[in-house]
Design a binder for this molecule. Structure first.
Ligand code: G6Q
Length: 551
């Protein structure tokens, strides 16, 4: 079991509150002036990844108090409990063992009495054999043709992770065209499936429960499309496979369990890309690259196990608690300076917000402090021309994580130097800002005078002192991507441990799902339920009226 310590009850928390008052007004540019070794002091390099957190509003004392907080909250015990397969997801009575999926040494890992490793290896072997047959063209469709297009039908954790990785590893992609359908809006299915040939299409139905409304609706429509075009129910066995923990539901749907790739309840949806849910990744880039992804994550797992809050994940988690609870920060931007990582913010949004977006602590009490932050972002440099204005000059403090690679996978001219120059310059601008004296000099140099300068001055000043952290990686490879994802996964774990919340359940997604049922019944005219509020009934009625008028 993991400790259940209210962080605000610790002496470190109280010390941090006092410390905050002492440091809140300090400008980071002074910290850099005072300490020529600030970068060395506040950065870590491990292998091919550098984490520079020197442009954060922290001093040595801040970090040491945050570390003490982690000690008082017994974070190390929590980390140990997760790796050991204890049922740390207590509200669902489950172990949290996505790390076993990338346990490359194969040492036994127990969930309860069971060593999960043999089953993990078996499914991995099954995935490799199947992927090799599809990629080589040996696996034939119903009419004897090889697969050209793969469509992953899944949502949430059964979509965001694999989709993000497939996009991130496009450089390593093989001949298969791998697509993703998640939304129950038929437009998604229709648009994603445009131009597809049913004879050469393989659908992957990815659903841990195999009951999710969106996924099952899309899967039924996909099956109908296959049967309509291929003219025989038997085509399903060649054109549909299932990734699930629910064998019975897979069979009832009509997919032969021989075409099912299983996983287990100790794999959380948003941590499942390493499991059978990663089949679309393996098909897109091949087994060797998929295994390199696992290896990268495994490498990071070892570091987190050994270093705890001293790991990169630990540092990111400590900073997040510092800003969220002492500076009153609500949102955190994740800004990858690499087009391949364009789905990374969306992936992290779920991973982090679904995990730590909780308001009841591990003792069943409402938290009297802030928990998970709002995660958002877009790839650089696009964001610079959109929302960075607010980060630089708005009223909100928004810590930013920049993720960049030293080498480009597409070295064309000086694009990459420009990309990195923008990334580094943003961090510098956010930190330094531009003071009144400098703005005045610039305006004078531009030929402006007295009243003009006075009028323009306030708009051109940048306060600076805006925090950012940079993760610089040598090159985007499956291995480095695996490490990057694991760094953030463990950041979420450590932050959740510090904040005394259960990071691995997600009860907050249930209510909307439950209420969709009576609302659907009303839309379909099956029930005159008066359980719905007048606004919802009004919306349903208006929708029906619009449809009547246009039909
Ligand atoms: C993730 C969540 C959630 C889940 C989806 C899809 O941690 O549990 O996003 O992944 O609701 O669920 P299924 O895989 O069961 O369809």
């Amino acid at each position: 079991m993991i400790p259940k310590i209210d962080p605000t009850s610790t002496s470190s928390w109280k010390l941090l509150q006092t410390h905050y008052k002492n440091v809140q007004a300090i400008h980071m540019s002074h910290l850099f002036e005072e300490d020529p070794n600030r970068f060395q002091r506040f950065s870590v390099q491990q292998g091919h990844i550098l984490l520079d957190y020197s442009k954060n509003r922290v001093t040595e004392e801040t970090m040491s108090l945050l570390r003490s907080l982690a000690e008082e909250c017994k974070v190390a015990e929590g980390i140990k409990a997760m790796f050991a397969g204890e049922p740390i997801n207590e509200t669902e009575n489950r172990a949290v063992l996505h790390t076993a999926l990338r346990n490359r040494l194969g040492a036994p890992v127990y969930a309860g009495e069971t060593n999960v490793m043999p089953a993990v290896q078996d499914v991995l072997t099954q995935m490799k054999q199947f992927s090799n047959r599809v990629i080589s063209g040996e696996h034939k469709g119903f009419t004897g043709r090889s697969v050209e297009t793969v469509v992953n039908i899944g949502i949430g954790g059964s979509d965001l992770g694999p989709h993000m990785v497939v996009e991130a590893l496009r450089h390593y992609a093989n001949r298969l065209d791998v697509r993703f359908v998640s939304n129950v809006d038929a437009t998604h299915l229709v648009e994603q499936c445009k131009g597809m040939d049913p004879e050469t299409t393989l659908f992957i139905v990815a659903s841990k429960t195999f009951t999710t409304q969106e996924t099952m609706t899309n899967a039924h429509s996909a099956r109908a499309w296959l049967v309509e075009h291929l003219g025989d129910e038997d085509c399903i066995s060649k054109h549909m496979v299932a990734l699930s923990t629910n064998r019975t539901a897979v069979e009832i749907f009509g997919i032969d369990p021989a075409n099912m790739f299983t996983f287990w309840d100790w794999v959380g949806g948003r941590y499942s890309l390493w499991s059978a849910i990663g089949l679309s990744i393996m098909l897109a880039v091949g087994p060797a690259h998929f295994e390199a992804l696992l290896e990268g994550a495994f490498e990071e797992d070892q570091r987190v196990k050994a270093d705890g809050v001293e790991s990169m994940s630990g540092i990111l988690a400590l900073l997040s608690v510092w800003y969220g609870n002492f500076f009153g920060v609500d949102t955190h931007a994740v800004l990858p300076y690499d087009q391949y990582l364009h789905r990374f913010p969306a992936f992290l949004q779920q991973a982090d917000m679904e995990s730590n977006g909780k308001s009841v602590d591990r003792n069943g009490k409402r938290t009297a402090y802030e928990t998970g932050s709002i995660i958002w972002g877009e790839p650089g440099t696009n964001g610079q021309h959109a929302f960075y204005q607010l980060i630089h000059q708005g009223t909100k403090l928004i810590p930013c994580d920049f993720v960049a690679f030293s080498q480009s996978l597409n070295p064309v001219g000086d694009h990459h130097e420009k990309l990195l120059a923008n990334c580094f310059a943003q961090g510098m601008a956010l930190m330094q800002g531009k003071d009144e004296y400098t703005v005045r000099k610039e305006l004078e140099a531009a030929g402006k005078e007295g009243a003009q300068i006075k009028a323009l001055l306030p708009y051109k000043i940048f306060e600076g002192n805006k925090p950012s952290t940079t993760l610089l990686i040598d090159r985007l490879t499956p291995h480095s991507l695996g490490r990057l994802i694991a760094i953030y996964e463990h950041k979420i774990l450590i932050e959740g441990l510090l904040l005394n919340v259960y990071s691995f359940d997600q009860w907050g997604v249930e209510l909307g799902k439950d209420l969709a049922k009576p609302v659907l019944e009303n839309i379909q005219g099956d029930s005159g339920s008066d359980a719905l509020d007048s606004s919802t009934m009004g919306l349903i009625q208006a929708m029906l009226n619009f449809n009547e008028r246009t039909s």
